[in-house]
Ligand binder design. Structure first.
Ligand SMILES: [Zn+2]
Length: 183
């Protein structure tokens, strides 16, 4: 799993910590959560970098045909949430996943393990049947390409909520096991 920084200087200590924890977090999540662990890149960045990389990745996933207006709109909607999240998992082209960590929040060793576990659970969820299609339909809607049907919208929201609940549950359950791993 590649761990890099984007739009950041320094942060060497926390990057090393992420690099150290990522393989055991991935192994623990892989054994405990339904799905398959996709190819995952981890990037530590600023809230602005979170928005920038999410939008860039989502547009690439959609195949690149998004108007500048829709792009600006999507960025505006994302920016507020990206200031307060610890991390997020973004589906990338070719079934890969980008895990973005907010350097303003994940700035202490204690925050690394729970955040990584949480986002890697999301990465696994993306590989389950039907989820990619649902995410793509959500993105086509967000980027003004094709509105989502009301029925699909409700299904999508229920799915997101269920995934979020599972990610928090696994974060609580798995993080203590991870901290018990020998360094
Ligand atoms: Zn989550």
């Amino acid at each position: 799993m590649k761990v890099t920084a984007h739009r950041l200087f320094g942060h060497r200590h926390i990057l090393r910590e992420i690099q150290h924890v990522a393989p055991s977090a991935a192994e623990l999540v892989r054994r405990s959560v339904r799905g398959r662990l996709p190819r995952t890149n981890i990037v530590l960045t600023t809230p602005q970098g979170l928005t920038e990389l999410s939008v860039q990745t989502e547009i690439a996933l959609l195949g690149g045909t998004v108007t500048p207006k829709a792009r600006t709109q999507a960025e505006r909607e994302m920016r507020w949430a990206d200031r307060s999240v610890f991390g997020k998992a973004v589906l990338a082209p070719k079934g890969a996943v980008l895990v973005l960590l907010n350097a303003r929040k994940v700035n202490h060793g204690n925050q690394v393990a729970p955040t990584l576990v949480h986002e890697l659970v999301h990465a696994m969820q993306f590989t389950r049947p039907g989820i990619t299609d649902l995410i793509l339909a959500g993105l086509r809607d967000s980027y003004g390409l094709e509105p989502m049907l009301r029925r699909d919208e409700r299904r999508y929201e229920r799915q997101l909520k269920a995934h979020e609940d599972e990610a928090y549950r696994m974060e609580d359950r798995l993080t203590p096991q991870l901290n018990a791993y020998p360094a």
